[in-house]
Design a protein around this ligand. Structure first.
Ligand code: IPM
Ligand code: MG
Length: 356
């Protein structure tokens, strides 16, 4: 089959990790008889530098015409002092919103060979860890009204958390559908003891749950959930939550699986189109130095095969290749431990290619 993929390397280590992922996908194409056609396009700080805006219309158009998008990372200290709507991160939000990608899947998996990289006591993760964070991605405080105004104590700034019934319903459906293919348990995370938007969230999730009688639903407040994640992470299967809480909890979940350098993500809408990116940032301090861990992006490539192209066997082939390389003892700096063999970005990519 033929697929078109828009690639957005972006900033920092973005180009390093995208390069390796493209090589892995090409190898998959060769092995299984598919053609992936890549179109590289600009977003983030590099787009600000080259064309004066973080998300050029042309980029959005290329993405819309493609079957899927593969993104590296955006941002860096160079653009940190830019006003909010001209920062590189604006490109990410613009892509999510412009492509209608309201569902962000962030699987946190502790790979057996990496269990020593987990920061929790070994007995807490005995037998492995496999959870899925389902994060709402185009609503909430990320997209609510914000601004500056005169308040009781002079100038103040505000951001707004708002969720509509429809937004909650569609993300809850995604979480329940995924749970049906997993351990059939959903934990919905909110702050319903304080926030009105959370009270609506909880009520709507309850409604959606009625359509999934086989799935066990429970609710946690976000403060408790973040504590439970490090106290007893194995209690979770699917975590359903808002844009902001999902951002925070997925970083926490990534660390208990060894390294943020291991976590892929898929951002999906109603159809099979999706955007795939590692959950980590652009790590400008190690950009272009052949030090970055490309595995989260390579695993995002696997998610693309699974969710956008319905190529399950091919997706598994990448995931197994990654596990194989880890079993062989190869590690990038971020997941290095005693007795292992440290390699750079390129070598890690090449090892995955060889194991496909
Ligand atoms: C993420 C990132 C982004 C977010 C930033 C870079 C805008 O942290 O994808 O988790 O907050 O969503
Ligand atoms: Mg984040």
């Amino acid at each position: 089959m033929n697929f078109t993929i828009a690639t957005i390397p972006g900033d920092g280590i973005g180009p390093d990790i995208i390069e390796q992922t493209v090589l892995v996908l090409d190898k998959i194409g060769e092995k299984f008889g598919h053609t992936f056609t890549f179109t590289e396009t600009l977003a983030g700080g590099i787009a600000i530098d080259q064309v004066g805006e973080p998300l050029p219309q042309k980029t959005l158009d290329i993405c819309k015409k493609s079957d899927a998008v593969l993104l590296g990372a955006v941002g860096g200290p160079k653009w940190d002092d830019f006003p909010g709507d001209q920062r590189p991160e604006k490109a990410l939000l613009g892509l999510r919103e412009g492509l209608n990608l309201f569902a962000n899947l962030r699987p946190a998996l502790l790979y057996e060979p990496l269990k020593d990289a987990c920061t929790l006591r070994p007995d807490l993760v005995e037998g492995g860890l496999d959870l899925m964070v389902v994060r709402e991605l185009t609503g909430g405080i990320y997209f609510g009204e914000r601004g500056r105004r005169q308040g009781k104590y002079g100038e103040e700034a505000y951001d707004t958390e708002a969720y509509s019934k429809e937004e909650i319903e569609r993300i809850a459906q995604v979480a329940f559908d995924i749970a049906m293919k997993r351990d059939k348990r959903v934990t919905s995370i909110d702050k319903a003891n304080i926030l009105e938007s959370s009270r609506l969230w909880r009520a709507v999730v309850e409604e959606v749950a009625k359509e999934y009688p086989e799935v066990e639903l429970n609710h946690l407040y976000v403060d408790n959930a973040s504590m439970q994640l490090v106290r007893n992470p194995k209690q979770f299967d699917v975590l359903l939550t808002t844009n902001m809480f999902g951002d925070i909890l997925s970083d926490e979940a990534s660390m208990i699986t060894g390294s943020i350098g291991m976590l892929p993500s898929a951002s999906l809408g109603k159809g099979s189109f999706g955007m795939y990116e590692p959950i980590h940032g652009s790590a400008p301090d190690i950009a272009g130095q052949d030090k970055a861990n490309p595995l989260a992006t390579i695993l995002s490539g696997a998610m693309m095969l699974r969710y956008s192209f319905q190529l399950e066997k091919e997706a598994k082939t990448i995931e197994n290749a990654v596990i194989e390389v880890l079993k062989q003892g190869y590690r990038t700096g971020d997941i290095m431990s005693a007795g292992m063999k440290q390699v750079g970005t390129k070598k890690m990519g090449q090892l995955v290619v060889e194991n496909v």
